[in-house]
Design a protein around this ligand. Structure first.
Ligand code: F6P
Length: 342
């Protein structure tokens, strides 16, 4: 078989581990040939290909990013884009695609499958907001980066008796804030799933300082105050129509300082959360998802994505992943809040 591979959307640690697993197993076990498409859906849309074989994937397990490149190109937003992708892929004699991506990339995969082009999806995103899988690879690495950052910020905050507000990724889902905040012992975790009350945040800050603790607050980039009207986070949209967010930590830090009189600093972790080498958990998960993906492609199980269910790697229809995002249940937030500073 000839299989095309692409990585779309925001990059994340573990993409190369999936590519390596697909190519190694597909070549050695079934003798498949692989074509790398560059920069997400831009590759098949504009026929941008690159060589992909066992030699090319040697040693990439530990590398962050993606050797194929990525983009947020949306063929559905281009006139005749879906038709062009199908024509280019078929024209290259490719039997089907393995598309590694989040809800946007897999949404396009679903449309292509409905139009008769075989695609297997592999779920990735540091945000962990894809349905039908317990975890996405990249998330564990991002959470560890947040945890390390909180460990460092705690000591400098304590030395200077300052409050610190740390902004992490997560537009609609607060998984990184929740897990990173819990692991780093944050005093308050603010997520997009529940608007926060500024007065209550300030009370928490006061309570922490009274207990001799310099408070650490973790906020998802999509966290919003109850009085949402005075805070606008939008900075334009991407090709999939998503609003670009940013700035909640700075806004909140200014408000805390003004209302409590305690010196407060903000830190935006941003793309640091997406870079570098994957954790052991993400390397193993990505490799297992890759093995299962090429097995599914070989069997012609198109229209599915590989998923983690408990400790098993299974298949689920692409539709299950893209119809709705997986957001943080409020009981998980309550569980993370022990009510005491420190
Ligand atoms: O990968 C998803 C994500 O990390 C979101 O949480 C974030 O809003 C977005 O990517 C930012 O991506 P970029 O700046 O690369 O477009």
């Amino acid at each position: 078989m000839r299989i095309g591979l692409l990585t779309g959307g925001g990059d994340c640690p573990g993409l190369n581990a999936v590519i390596r697993a697909v190519v190694l197993r597909g070549t050695r076990e079934w003798g498949h040939e692989f074509i790398g498409y560059q920069d997400g859906w831009k590759g098949p849309l504009e026929n941008l290909t690159t060589e992909l074989d066992v030699d090319r994937v040697r040693g990439i397990l530990t590398e962050g990013g993606t050797i194929l490149g990525s983009s947020r190109t949306n063929p559905e937003a281009v006139d005749g884009g879906i038709e062009a992708v199908i024509e280019n892929v078929r024209g290259a004699g490719i039997d089907g695609l393995v598309a590694i991506g989040g809800d946007d990339t897999l949404g396009v995969a679903r449309v292509l499958t409905d139009r008769g082009l075989g695609v297997i999806g592999v779920p990735k995103t540091i945000d962990n907001d894809l349905n039908a899988t317990d975890y996405t690879f990249g998330f564990d690495t991002a959470v560890n980066i947040v945890m390390d950052s909180l460990d460092r910020l705690r000591t400098t905050g304590a030395s200077h008796h300052r409050a610190l507000v740390v902004e992490v990724m997560g537009r609609h889902a607060g998984w990184i804030a929740l897990h990173g905040g819990m692991a780093g012992g944050a005093d308050l975790i603010l997520v997009p799933e529940e608007k926060f009350n500024l007065e209550e945040v300030c009370e928490r800050v006061e309570a922490a300082f009274s207990a001799g603790v310099a408070p650490l607050i973790v906020a998802s980039e999509g966290a919003m105050p109850l009085e949402g009207s005075e805070w606008t986070a939008a900075e334009g949209t991407d090709a999939f129509g998503h609003i670009r967010l940013g700035g909640i930590a700075k806004w909140l830090a200014d408000q805390i300082e003004e209302k409590t009189g305690h010196e407060t600093r903000s830190v935006v972790l941003g793309h640091l959360q997406r870079g570098g080498t994957p954790t052991a958990f993400d390397r193993v998960l990505a490799t297992r998802l890759g093995y299962r993906a090429i097995e599914a492609a070989t069997a012609g199980d198109w229209g599915n994505m590989t998923t983690l269910r408990g400790t098993s790697i299974e298949l689920a229809p692409l539709a299950d992943a893209v119809d709705e995002s997986k957001i943080v249940p409020l009981e998980r937030l309550r569980e993370a809040d022990n009510g005491y500073p420190g």
